[in-house]
Each structure stands twice: as C-alpha cells, then as structure tokens.
Design a protein around this ligand. Structure first.
Ligand code: UT7
Length: 326
C-alpha cells in the first residue's frame, strides 16, 4: 500500500492502436446495397470511412495488437503488468473475460484482469478505474484497452445505425509515477435512459432471446451526449483546479462531428485543440478515445507535459471524463 507517503500518479508511458482491414467508404456501403448516400452520412455525422474486422478478428485479437504496440512504446515486458482492464461491449465470449484472454495471449501470469462494460464510455471508465487502483498503491503497471467489433451487432437493414460504426482497438500502458499523470476523473451513469441505446438480447438455454442487434434512438442519444459532455468536462477540470480552456487537447468520444463541435463550442475550445478521427474511423465505441490518443501521440501533436481531457459517452446511459498530463 501507499500509506499516504507520497502521491502516486498513473502516468501514460505507451499508447497503441489497431484498425482492421482497409477503409470502407460511404460509397462502398452504398455499393453493398445500403439505402444511404455519402452526402447524408457526411452531412449528419462527419464520417467518410470506417474499418471492419475480418471473420475471427475478435475484440480480443484486436486488443492484443493494440496492447503490443502500447507495450513496445512503453518498453515494458507484459510479464511485469499487474493490472489488465479491457473495455468492451463485444467480448469474445460470455466468459472468460476478454481481459483474461488478452492476459493469456500476452503471456502474463497473476495480474488482476477484468472487463469493464460501459459501452462507448468504456475506455474512460477503465482508465479512471486503473488510476484509482494505482493511486491506492496496490498496482504499479497497468494495461488499459478499449476494443470493440460493433460490425457483429449491427443490423445492416437499419440505415440509421449501420453507417455509424466501425471496428478497432486502442490501448494505453500506465505506470505509477511521482509526477502526474492522471489529475482527475469523473464517471457518471443514468440507468433510467438504458432504452435509448442498447442491444436488448441475451443468450439463454442455448438460444439468443430478444434482439441481438444494436438499437438506438438517435436524436435522444444526440441530445443527451451534447448535454453531458460539456458539463462533465467542466466538472473534471474543476476537480483538478483548472479551467476547461486551459487544457491543451480534448479527445472526445468519436461518434458524430456535430456532437464534437457542439461540445468544444460550449467549452470555448478551438477546433485545433480537438483530436478528431470520426471522419476516418466512424464510431469504434470503447476504442474511439484510445485510438485517437494514439494517433495524436504518434504524429507528435500531443507532447509530454501537455494536459489532455478524454471524454466518453454512450449506452447505459454512461458518460465520463479523465484529465491527465501526458
Ligand atoms: O456512442 C454514441 C452512439 N450514438 C450516437 O452518438 C448517435 C447520436 N445520434 C446521431 O448522431 C444522429 O441522431 C444520427 C446521425 C443517428 C441521425 O441524424 P438525425 O439528424 O437525427 O436524423 P434522423 O434520425 O432524424 O433522420 C432524418 C432522416 C429520416 O428520413 P425522414 O423521416 O426525414 O424522411 C431518416 O429515415 O434521415 C433518414 N436517414 C437516412 N438517410 C440516408 C436515417 N439514416 C439514414 C441514412 N442515409 N443512413
């Protein structure tokens, strides 16, 4: 335990990402027979293309590739990890958890390993949970992954949802450090809104009961997302004693460019301070934030010492934010 002697921060020492296959454009979706258009998708969402996993390319398989890239950047042997958290709503199996599958695939033994299910807020939830483990002093080297293969739960007859999502995985390695690190985090949920975004099916007695596809009341999700994202950012900054315009980078969940723009406008942040991947990734659910983080770290936009605010919002209804110094 830390015993309160010196502050312990969870510091990002590596990031990694993985997008399967090749970009699938809006025109490709039209060519596949979906009753939509590039114009509609770009205008309403900002999405131009997304990636889809191949058969057998599960959330666990994608998580391993992203994790290995993050571990390589951190120059950390996976055997030394003592905490592995995977955020996913599309786990490989009912059980064991995707985190345990990943642990086995990485050759780690004995680390605490579990999944977090908070849909598109999953990575932010997992990041905050890992921070709390590390602040308590019990864990020192954590791997946090967001991985989702939503193409498996999309109804291709439902043009209101199937054009929005893509597959992928993103990962961070967190190591205990005396310098920040994570500065603050806020996690929220409202179960009374569970019906607006769900996959309302279940596996029971050898059968799928209910509806195994993603269902969404788009406008209700849109309204809720815009309402909560700016306020949770404010709350998270306040907890760290800074103003929201003092952050260097905002990494919002990548669902819709209009939601991202409305959030940054409310926060008084210029577009140049916002990391955007939704145009090329679509909505990759739990993978969206760590994929965007990895891209901006690798292309040199996010630099050591800068303040980054990561935000998630999604089914549950869930939302949250983590503020950290990179
Ligand atoms: O991680 C969180 C996950 N989800 C989200 O963040 C999604 C939040 N919601 C949204 O982004 C938006 O609500 C959507 C992009 C899903 C929909 O945009 P909208 O402006 O709310 O459109 P709408 O659902 O009100 O539909 C408008 C029209 C309808 O036609 P009519 O009734 O006006 O004739 C739809 O049938 O657009 C039609 N439409 C489409 N047309 C072409 C719906 N989907 C499509 C499509 N292509 N793919």
């Amino acid at each position: 335990m830390n015993n309160g002697k010196s502050p312990v921060y969870a510091r990002v020492t590596g990031t990694g990402g993985y997008l399967p296959g090749y970009p699938v454009s809006n025109f490709d979706l039209v060519a596949r027979g979906i009753d939509t258009s590039d114009e509609w998708i770009v205008e309403r969402t900002g999405i131009c293309s997304r990636h889809f996993a191949a058969e057998g390319e599960t959330s666990g398989v994608m998580a391993k590739i992203a994790a290995e890239r993050a571990l390589a950047m951190a120059e950390l042997d996976p055997a030394l990890l003592d905490l592995i958290i995977v955020a996913t709503s599309t786990p490989d199996f009912v059980f064991p958890s995707t985190a345990c599958l990943l642990q086995g695939a990485l050759g780690n033994h004995g680390a605490t390993a579990f999944d977090v299910q908070a849909v598109c807020s999953g990575f932010v939830y997992a990041f905050a949970v890992a921070d709390k483990f590390m602040r308590s002093g019990t864990h020192k080297k954590a791997l946090v992954v967001g991985s989702d293969a939503f193409s498996n739960i999309l109804d291709w007859q439902d043009r209101g949802t199937c054009v929005l999502f893509g597959d992928g995985a993103g990962a961070v390695v967190l190591e205990a450090a005396e310098a920040p690190g994570v500065l603050s985090s806020v996690l929220r949920a409202d179960g009374s809104q569970s019906g607006i975004l769900s996959v309302p099916g279940q596996v029971r007695c050898g059968k799928v009961w209910g509806d195994p596809f993603l269902r969404m009341e788009g406008q209700a999700v849109f309204r809720n997302a815009v309402r909560v994202l700016a306020s949770v950012a404010e709350e998270c900054c306040q907890a760290a004693g800074i103003k929201s315009h003092e952050i260097d980078w905002l990494i919002p969940h990548q669902a819709n460019i209009r939601i991202i723009d409305a959030t940054s406008r409310k926060m008084g942040l210029a577009r140049e301070k916002v990391i955007i991947t939704v145009d090329r990734h679509g909505n990759t659910s739990a993978a969206s934030v760590p994929l965007a983080l990895d891209e901006a770290v690798r292309d040199g936009r996010i630099e050591r010492g800068q303040r980054v605010l990561a935000e998630g919002v999604g089914g549950g209804f869930t939302w949250g934010a983590v503020l950290f110094e990179f």
